[in-house]
Design a binder for this molecule. Structure first.
Ligand code: B12
Ligand code: SF4
Length: 524
């Protein structure tokens, strides 16, 4: 049987990274079946397109995975596939919580023939066999022989054959520039960010988060060996195609067990498996100096920190009191001293937020080493404690907000400001962090750092800007480049000066290579 795994586009940004679930399920597919992958962010497709694809490619089963914000598109695509007579199985966090909705049991139309609840590592082979024999059931739950929920162990993690998977959809280097960049330093013909998990689960139970409910509060890890081998495979691939690879450790809290994280990082270093990587780690765990040393030594470049708010009352209200705003600055300094930077994520519209929250937050941010601040709105995702609390309090204004997804639009009334005020705060945060002036300021404040770091932060800021301000397509990028021309000019001038200084000191060939090495830092 030919199987299509499809991930809908998010409608906001292009895909900077593939979705792990597709590659994982592909690796877990029993032999005898062929799996094709389409990521809508990299290969845009509409309803007619997917129906045509399914017919032309003689597909016998379509698997669709989606987060809540993409589920409306996922349902439309599922409907188009089912209209061709091909069955659809859906999985992922949204349909796990809203299986009745996907199966048409809650009053609406049916979108899926089957729903895979929760983690599908162990149920996927069964789903494929049932579909192949025409016996697809409505629901597949990960349970043991006694019907009790069972979370898959990650000890026997499959080998994802990254060395031979077609990743053409996921090259961040523009096609036109690739031949030239392939010759630069160790090669920049390709640049890919690859998702990798080293463990699952987070016990913290923040009120707005689906992770503790979905993956459970028992944490499971892959073996160090399996993670190291995957890194080595990726490194070898990058070398063979004269390109670069960076890894996004998608664990919800990469250092949730500090002892184990340190042991993994030590093993990565010992095996020479370092690649540049980014991971999500909560601020409280970054108090540990040795951990931060190991992060830097093992290739860590960016750490995503869910700071959420600088107001302890807000943090307490969403069960995230373990975040201590008083220590944010020290944590970020500790990282910056090792040339590791932070993606700092904030949520506005929390219960104690009042107008002016964005300005107050930015004032704080400006006292920290420059990183990548991002701003969102408190969103009641289905089945989270937050959703239940707001529903019971009658505060949900769009209880089924996913039926018509609107980016950066609240679905409930905040307590101390209006919905339009909350929207204005988010806009203020983005506008004042990603204007050409703000980007120039951030880059200039790093003048004591190597050129590579400044280029790094510049490119990353340009890309992150697109999360809020749509900048798809060449003309939007040209406009952005024009707006940031002063910073670009300064970076090019500094690079040229470094090159000229070195040219005067050493042999021309060696220096060119050194300059290239100094410049090449991936934008993660
Ligand atoms: C990586 C990640 C991202 C990446 C996504 C890009 C990418 N290419 O991966 C980035 C950083 C961009 C991102 C952004 C956001 N994310 Co995110 N993200 C994650 C994260 C940390 C890991 C996802 C992952 O790969 N997990 C590992 C795989 C193996 O698990 P999985 O995807 O769930 O797949 C398993 C099962 O669900 C199932 N399955 C999944 N799909 C399918 C399909 C089929 C057919 C079947 C059978 C089974 C199946 O089988 C898999 C194996 O067991 C998750 C949290 C988490 N730990 O999962 C949050 C998570 C998915 N994100 C979430 C959210 C809310 C967001 C944002 C909306 C945050 C924001 N406010 O901006 C944005 C939206 C992005 C956008 N523009 O679309 C929520 C989604 C909740 C929900 N109900 O939708 C999660 C669960 C985190 C949370 N705090 O609750 N995210
Ligand atoms: S620490 Fe992060 S992953 Fe864990 S519950 Fe809180 S928001 Fe979710």
């Amino acid at each position: 049987m030919r199987i299509l795994l499809y991930n809908p586009d998010n409608g906001v940004t292009r895909n900077f990274m593939p979705h792990l679930w597709m590659f994982l399920l592909q690796s877990l597919t029993p032999p005898g079946h062929e799996v094709l992958l389409v990521d809508g962010n990299a290969q845009p497709m509409d309803e007619d397109g997917i129906a045509r694809f399914v017919r032309e490619q003689n597909i016998g089963l379509v698997g669709i995975g989606a987060m809540t914000r993409m589920v409306a598109k996922a349902y439309r695509m599922a409907d188009a596939v089912r209209a061709t007579g091909v069955p659809v199985v859906m999985g992922g966090p949204h349909v796990t919580e809203m299986a009745d909705e996907a199966l048409g049991r809650s009053g609406g139309p049916r979108h899926a023939d089957a729903v895979a609840l929760g983690e599908a590592d162990e149920t996927w082979p069964k789903i494929v066999e049932d579909a192949a024999s025409g016996n697809l059931k409505d629901l597949y739950a990960p349970v043991d022989e006694f019907g009790k929920e069972r979370k898959p162990t990650l000890k026997a993690y499959p080998t994802i054959p990254w060395h031979k998977i077609d990743l053409d959809q996921f090259n961040l280097v523009p096609k036109m520039a690739a031949p030239m960049l392939r010759r630069l330093g160790e090669g920049w013909g390709t640049f890919r960010i690859i998702p990798m998990e080293s463990g699952r689960g987070c016990p913290y139970g923040c009120e707005f988060c689906t992770v503790t409910g979905f993956f459970g509060d028992s944490i499971r890890f892959r073996t160090n060996e399996s993670v190291v081998n995957e890194l080595l495979l990726l490194k070898a691939r990058a070398r063979s195609e004269r390109g670069q690879i960076a890894v996004f450790f998608i664990d919800d809290n990469f250092a949730i067990n500090i002892k184990r994280t340190k042991s993994l990082l030590r093993d990565i270093i010992a095996a020479g498996a370092q690649v540049h990587w980014v991971a999500q780690i909560s601020a409280n765990l970054l108090r540990d100096e040795e951990l931060v040393d190991l992060i830097a030594a093992s290739g860590g470049k960016w750490v995503f920190i869910g700071m959420e708010s600088i107001d302890p009352a807000n943090l307490a209200s969403v069960n995230k009191g373990f975040n201590k705003p008083g220590e944010y600055a020290a944590v970020l300094e500790r990282l910056a001293q090792r040339n590791v930077y932070a993606i700092t994520s904030f949520i506005f519209g929390m219960d104690n937020d009042t107008p002016g929250v964005a300005e107050r937050t930015l004032k704080e941010i400006h006292t920290w080493p420059p990183g990548l601040p991002i701003f969102g709105l408190l969103t009641p995702l289905p089945a989270t404690p937050l959703y239940t609390r707001l529903l019971e309090a009658g505060r949900l204004t769009r209880p089924k907000h996913w039926e018509e997804f609107i980016p950066f639009e609240m679905a409930h009334t905040p307590l101390k400001m209006t919905i339009p005020e909350a929207h204005a705060e988010v806009k203020y945060g983005w506008a004042n962090s990603y204007s050409a002036e703000a980007i120039a300021k951030a880059v200039d404040s790093l003048s004591h750092k190597p050129l590579g770091y400044r280029i790094n932060i510049f490119i990353a800021r340009m890309c992150f800007r697109g999360i809020y301000f749509p900048q798809m397509g060449p003309s939007a990028w040209l406009k952005l480049i024009f707006q940031n021309r002063r910073t670009i000019f300064n970076l090019v001038r500094d690079g040229f000066n470094i090159w000229r200084r070195q040219k005067g000191q050493d042999t021309p060939e060696g220096n060119l290579l050194q300059t290239a090495e100094q410049i090449q830092q991936p934008p993660v």
